[in-house]
Design a protein around this ligand. Structure first.
Ligand code: GDP
Ligand code: MN
Length: 398
C-alpha cells in the first residue's frame, strides 16, 4: 500500500527520523493557516508547497514550489490544488492533486552547499535480506544515476538475525563523505530509518533527497513509503492512511467484493480460481499469441453471484474483447460453477458483449460441459487448457 509523502514522513518521525516539518492542507485557507503554524513552531518564513500524489518526479512537473511569503503560499496552493500534475511517473493525462503539504524551507537562504543524498531501504529478493541502498547523487533522477554512473550507488545488506550493526551505519556515513557532526547525525539517521522500516513492516522506503544542512543536520526532505499490506493487521492505525482516490477504481471495487483483481494492458479478460492457475492461464494466453487484460482470482467459491460480480468487473475494462473462464473444480464441483456461469450470463443479459470461452476441469467436468453446451447461451466450452487458449485466439481473429 502506497502512502503520500506527508503520511510517510509522519511514520518516519514517529520512529525518531528527522524530517522536514510540514502540515497537509486541502484548500488555500488551510494552507495559509498551516504556514502560520509552521512559523510558530519552527520560525521559518519561507515554505515549500508540495503536491501530494502517489507519484514521484513532482518537482520537475511543477508540483513542488518555493513560497517566500504567506501570500505566495496562498497563490501557489491555489494553483497546485486541483491541477492535473504530470510527471514521468503519472499516466499521460496526469494525476489530480487533492492536497498539498506545506513544509518549512530547509534549504537555508545563502547556504551555498546543501548536500542532497539518496537513500532507500528495501528487500533484496535475490538474497532474501533487507538492504540499504544509498548514493551521494541525491535529489535528482536516481534511475539516471543507476544507468550512467552505477558505481556511485552503494548497497549495505542487513543480516536479519543481527539487524543493522553500528559499523554498518558508520560505513554508510563514511561512504557518503561525511565527518564530524554530520557523520554522527547520519549514523543516527540511518539507524532510526532502518528501525522505522522494520517496525512499520514496510516493503519500501525511498528518501530522495536526504539533506545535509550547512549546520550539519541530516533530514528527510521527501519520503516514499510502501507498507506491506499483508502486515496491516498488525498496524490497525495505518489502515486509514489508504487514499482510495489514488488507486485504480476497478481494483478498489474488486477488493471490496473480495476478489483478487489486478488490471493489466491486454484484451483477454481472465476469470480463474486460485492464484497459481491464474498465472498459468495468463502464460498460456500469451503463448497462444494473446494478451491478458487482468489477473483475477475468484477464489474457492465460484457461485453464480461471485461469477456475476467478476464478469461485471472484467467488463468495466473497455479493452476486453474476450473472456476466458478457467476453473478447476476440486471441492467446488464443475457443474455448480457451470451453473453459476450460465446464471450469471442470463442475469447480465446484453451487458455481456464479448465472447466467453469456458474451460472447466476436475470433478464433474463432463456434466459441466454438457450444461454449458445445452444452455443455449453463447458460451464456447473447452476441455483442455491449450484448446481454450486457441479458441480465445480464434474469436479474437474473427
Ligand atoms: P519529487 O520531485 O516528487 O521527488 O519531490 P521532492 O520532495 O524530492 O522535491 C523535489 C525537489 O524540491 C527537491 O529535490 C529539492 O531540490 C526541492 N525542495 C524540496 N524541499 C525544499 C525546500 O525546503 N527548499 C527548497 N529551496 N527546495 C526544496
Ligand atoms: Mn524526491
Amino acid at each position: 500500500m502506497n502512502l503520500h509523502e506527508y503520511q510517510g514522513k509522519e511514520i518516519l518521525n514517529s520512529f525518531g527520523v528527522r524530517i522536514q516539518r510540514g502540515i497537509v492542507a486541502s484548500n488555500q485557507k488551510d494552507a495559509v493557516d498551516a504556514a502560520k503554524q509552521l512559523t510558530t513552531e519552527t520560525g521559518t518564513s519561507w515554505y515549500v508547497v508540495k503536491a501530494q500524489i502517489h507519484a514521484g518526479g513532482r518537482g520537475k512537473g511543477g508540483g513542488v514550489k518555493l513560497a517566500k511569503s504567506l501570500e505566495e503560499v496562498e497563490t501557489i496552493s491555489n494553483d497546485i490544488i486541483g491541477m492535473m500534475l504530470k510527471t514521468p511517473q503519472t499516466p499521460a493525462e496526469g494525476k489530480l492533486v487533492n492536497q498539498v503539504l506545506i513544509a518549512e524551507d530547509v534549504y537555508y537562504p545563502g547556504d551555498s552547499e546543501p548536500e542532497e543524498y539518496y537513500m532507500s531501504v528495501l528487500l533484496n529478493r535475490a538474497t532474501g535480506r533487507n538492504m540499504i541502498m544509498y548514493s551521494t547523487e541525491g535529489g535528482m533522477d536516481i534511475e539516471a544515476v543507476a544507468e550512467e554512473t552505477p558505481h556511485l550507488i552503494f548497497t549495505e545488506e542487513i543480516d536479519p538475525t543481527m539487524g543493522l550493526l553500528p559499523f554498518q551505519a558508520r560505513k554508510i556515513a563514511f561512504n557518503l563523505g561525511l565527518s564530524g557532526g554530520a557523520f554522527k547525525e547520519m549514523v543516527k539517521f540511518v539507524s532510526a530509518l532502518y528501525t522505522a522500516y522494520v517496525k512499520s513492516d514496510s516493503s519500501l522506503f525511498e528518501i530522495n533527497p536526504v539533506l545535509k544542512t550547512s549546520d550539519d543536520k541530516i533530514l528527510a526532505v521527501d519520503a516514499k513509503v510502501t507498507l506491506d499490506e499483508n502486515a496491516l493487521f498488525r498496524h490497525k492505525d495505518y489502515a486509514e492512511l489508504r487514499d482510495l482516490r489514488e488507486e485504480n477504481p476497478i481494483e478498489v471495487e474488486a477488493k471490496a467484493a473480495g476478489l483478487n483483481y489486478v488490471d493489466l494492458d491486454g484484451n483477454v479478460g481472465c476469470m480463474v480460481n486460485g492464484a497459481g492457475l491464474a498465472m498459468g492461464t495468463m502464460d498460456l494466453i500469451k503463448q497462444a499469441g494473446g494478451d491478458p487484460a487482468n489477473f483475477l482470482d475468484v477464489g474457492g467459491t465460484a457461485d453464480a453471484q461471485r461469477v456475476e460480480t467478476a464478469f461485471g468487473i472484467i467488463l468495466k475494462d473497455p479493452n476486453v474483447k474476450a473472456i476466458l473462464v478457467n476453473i478447476f473444480g476440486g471441492i467446488v464441483r464443475c457443474d455448480r460453477v457451470a451453473q453459476g456461469v450460465v446464471d450469471a450470463y442470463k442475469n447480465m443479459g446484453d451487458k455481456i458483449n464479448v465472447p466467453i470461452i469456458c474451460r472447466l476441469q476436475g470433478t464433474n467436468a463432463k456434466e459441466a460441459k454438457e450444461l454449458i453446451d445445452n444452455s443455449g447461451m453463447e458460451i464456447i466450452s473447452a476441455t483442455e487448457f491449450q484448446e481454450a487458449a486457441d479458441k480465445v485466439q480464434e474469436v479474437l481473429a474473427s
